[in-house]
Design a protein around this ligand. Structure first.
Ligand code: AFP
Length: 322
């Protein structure tokens, strides 16, 4: 099986980016080990503090954030990092060439039930003019990403990553400690009969999403004339991995409860990296009102509505918005 380095070289990745990715993945291997220790290491449960999003932090959120932040800061390849668990950007090395945004532990409510969780990351070039702790340098659209991916801590530890030359899946071989390519150039099936959405929020959605999901649920007796299945992992990494492998649509749509918060998911370290992976696998990623990767960010923790997955299904969903 092909090694990570070989795949990245074949994809024309510059040496410094390869070294950065390897550093980031070294942190993820450490997180994978900590996660696998679970209750034995006393890492389950919550802390007594909230993050900038007002969410109670799990112990593993804090541990994963520290591991990533410290390894990336000391690497020399990174000018600054931005994390779901940090209020502000963290300046790293003044000569670092890259900016890294990450959700250190996506789906952290799953930690206490031994279910799927993961790390999501997005890498961009650092502008030369920036001071290391200047948040405005992060306000680039997702089209500027040079690499993105997630590490899924499941029955096996898997990596889905793109550097703009296709999306590849890797599995961590714990016998020698490296990620090996287990599926190159994933293509998300164009059609599907699976969807992932938190239906308990249905009454808060905009009209187009209400109608779309009503038609999915009507199945073979409705206008779609086929039956659909619903899946919800409560961790975007798990739901997106399923869509990448089997096809489907994942949605966390606009929610009318608070117009100042247009969705639950964060643009920079959730929506953009998943959109990059999905587009590189032949799928689509949209807010309902435009391509996710073209949204111009206004702040580092900005939220957006997300619809992504199989091309035909996302296009069908968008017809309800038009
Ligand atoms: P955390 O990263 O704070 O655990 O949130 C996970 C998440 O943002 C995303 O991964 C899930 O799709 C979504 O929340 C699930 O939220 P609900 O099940 O509460 O709707």
């Amino acid at each position: 099986m092909k090694r990570l380095n070989t795949q990245l070289q074949e994809d024309g990745c510059p040496l410094e980016l390869i070294l950065l990715i390897r550093t980031l993945l070294a942190a993820c291997k450490e997180i994978s080990f900590r996660v696998s220790q679970g209750a034995l290491a006393g890492v389950l449960g919550s802390t007594l503090s909230d993050n900038v999003q007002g969410e109670r932090q799990k112990k593993l959120d804090v541990i994963a954030n520290h591991i990533l932040r410290d390894i990336l800061s000391e690497s020399g390849y990174v000018k600054a990092v931005s994390s779901e668990e940090e209020d502000n950007v963290i300046g790293c090395h003044p000569d670092g060439k890259y900016l890294v945004s990450f959700d250190p532990l996506d789906g952290s409510s799953n930690t206490d039930v031994n279910s799927l969780i993961g790390t999501i990351f997005s890498i961009m070039h650092a502008p030369q003019w920036m001071e290391p702790d200047d948040p405005s340098a992060f306000l680039q659209p997702g089209t500027q990403q040079v690499a993105a991916g997630y590490v899924l801590y499941g029955p096996s530890t898997m990596l889905a990553m793109t550097t703009g030359r296709g999306t590849h899946l890797y599995t961590l071989d714990k016998t020698h400690g490296g990620f090996l390519v287990t599926k190159a150039n994933v293509q998300v099936p164009e059609q599907t009969n699976e969807f992932a959405i938190n239906s308990s929020n249905q009454r808060h959605w905009e009209e187009p999403m209400q109608s779309y999901v009503t038609d999915l649920i009507a199945g073979s007796e409705g206008p779609r004339k086929k039956d659909f299945n619903m899946r919800w992992v409560a961790a975007m990494v798990g739901d997106i991995h399923r869509v990448l492998c089997r096809g489907g649509i994942f949605a966390y749509p606009f929610d009318k409860r608070n117009p100042a918060i247009p969705g639950k998911l964060r643009l920079q370290y959730e929506a953009n990296p998943m959109a990059f992976l999905m587009e590189q696998a032949g799928g689509l990623a949209d807010t309902g009102h435009g391509r996710i990767m073209e949204v111009m960010p206004t702040e580092i923790h900005q939220r957006v509505p997300v619809l992504l997955g199989s091309k035909d299904e996302v296009e069908t969903c968008l017809t309800y918005y038009r």
